[in-house]
Ligand binder design. Structure first.
Ligand code: HSE
Length: 428
């Protein structure tokens, strides 16, 4: 029996989940793997007397974790960026192994943290899509493939909000509050609803799928604040669900990397991933198309992924993550493309003063931009007889063409609010 001694930084929902798994399943895991996980130290700014630390030492300083010669693996579950990054750096420099669930740190500092000396000692399965083992898949089972596309619902909070708005008729605010109460949301939920959290995760996936450096600043990011109840209803009428997705698509060596709301046809599996569930669909040239779905946030699901990294260390079967860092043998064959060149169909909701000729004015702007209309519906607003919504689905058109047309439509005198614009994704 091998004993792996761990020190945990943080005592939030994921850390508590990890302690719970050790307590409830530790003996079973030891029986299955021959590895006993022993928590020897916990460090957190605030003490939580109600949490059973299973005999571990408690300290307020996270430095105590890497300074403790007993600790084999530092498990960083604090969140935040700078303090967490410094802890990971110190732990790696002192020769420790590190497991983190911190997507922001890996997305923003992965190039520096995962170098030749450290890349086999830093694991981050829990950083993307909670319990779904997508990091292990990209670093392991899917290595024989050239990845063509990765599309994921990778923020549980956004998916919870959009699902609750559609199925429970909740307002955006009440749905967000519920997601926070259930422990899915980030400490600052604007990271969830503005798409930053998903972009951190997509940065990590892009690096693993395409052997690229971690390049957060070049990911296109839009959140879900502009999505109204009307959009969810109109999308439904047109046969779609609104989802917040992260997309990586290989167009002959140029990679689209974008995070934004999208209309997904209702019959597709991804459209049926509901509430806090996450899903990642991957197309490999050999494997074909696969979909991995499961809980993407929350205490035990995230802790389960943390545990899998610990067991990789415990069994010494950790997969070599060569190819992740700038110091890997060859530069990546791929580069990120700009959003302007992305070519997809679009949904437009235009709030107008309902005057004769307004439909003609809007369609004229589109036809002058050589944008074809695939479907159109017009609805009078309830109780406001002089207002109407025009909803248009277009053909596939490059982003820069669509953005120019939207600016022109917004300048029409009868258009009373900014156009709501959602891209369509019809992937399998
Ligand atoms: N806030 C994140 C989410 C937690 O909602 O998906 C998991 O990374």
């Amino acid at each position: 029996m091998k004993e792996l001694k761990i020190g945990i930084a943080g005592l939030g929902v994921v850390a508590q989940g990890l302690l719970e798994i050790v307590r409830n399943n530790g003996a079973l895991i030891a029986e299955r793997t021959g590895v006993t996980i022993k928590v020897v130290r916990v460090a957190s700014r605030s003490e939580k007397p109600g949490v059973d630390l299973m005999g571990a030492e408690f300290s307020k300083s996270t430095d105590d974790l890497w300074k403790d010669s007993q600790v084999d693996v530092v498990v960083e579950l604090m969140g935040g960026v700078d303090v967490a990054k410094n802890l990971i750096n110190s732990a790696l420099a002192s020769g420790k192994k590190v497991v983190t669930a911190n997507k922001a740190v890996i997305a923003l500092h992965g190039n520096e943290l995962l170098n030749k000396k450290t890349r086999n000692r830093l694991k981050f399965e829990a950083s993307v899509a909670g319990a779904i083992p997508i990091i292990n898949l990209l670093q392991g089972s899917l290595v024989p493939n050239r990845i063509q596309q990765v599309v994921g619902i990778i923020n549980g909070t956004c998916n919870y909000i959009l699902t609750a708005m559609e199925q429970q008729f909740l307002s955006f605010e009440s749905a967000l509050q519920k997601a926070q109460e259930l422990g899915f949301a980030e400490a600052d939920p604007s990271f969830d609803i503005d798409g930053i959290d998903a972009a951190h995760k997509l940065t990590i996936l892009s690096s693993l799928a395409f052997d690229m450096p971690f390049d957060f600043k070049n990911i296109f990011v839009e959140g879900i604040r502009s999505i109204g109840e009307k959009d969810i209803i109109f999308a439904d009428e047109l046969g779609y669900r609104v989802k917040h997705v992260g997309i990586l698509r290989n167009n002959e060596g140029r990679i689209e990397a974008r995070v934004h709301p999208a209309l997904i046809p209702k019959e597709q599996l991804l459209a049926n991933v509901l509430f806090e569930q996450n899903a990642v669909s991957v197309i490999g040239d050999a494997s074909g198309s696969m979909l991995f779905a499961g809980p993407g946030a929350g205490s035990l699901p995230t802790a389960s992924a943390v545990f899998s990294d610990l067991l990789d260390f415990g069994s010494d079967n950790g997969l070599d993550s060569e190819g992740l860092s700038k110091e890997s043998a060859k530069p990546s064959a791929f580069e990120l493309t700009t959003m302007d060149q992305v070519c997809v169909p679009h949904y437009l909701r235009i709030n107008v003063l309902d005057k004769p000729g307004i439909m003609a004015d809007v369609t004229k702007v589109l036809s002058e931009s050589e944008i074809s209309i695939e479907a159109v519906i017009q609805k009078e607003s309830e109780g406001e007889s002089d207002n109407a919504s025009i909803v248009i689905l277009t053909n596939a058109v490059e982003e820069h063409v669509m953005q120019k047309a939207i600016l022109t439509i917004n300048s029409l005198p009868e258009v009373s609010e900014g156009v709501v614009h959602i891209r369509l994704e019809g992937m399998s």
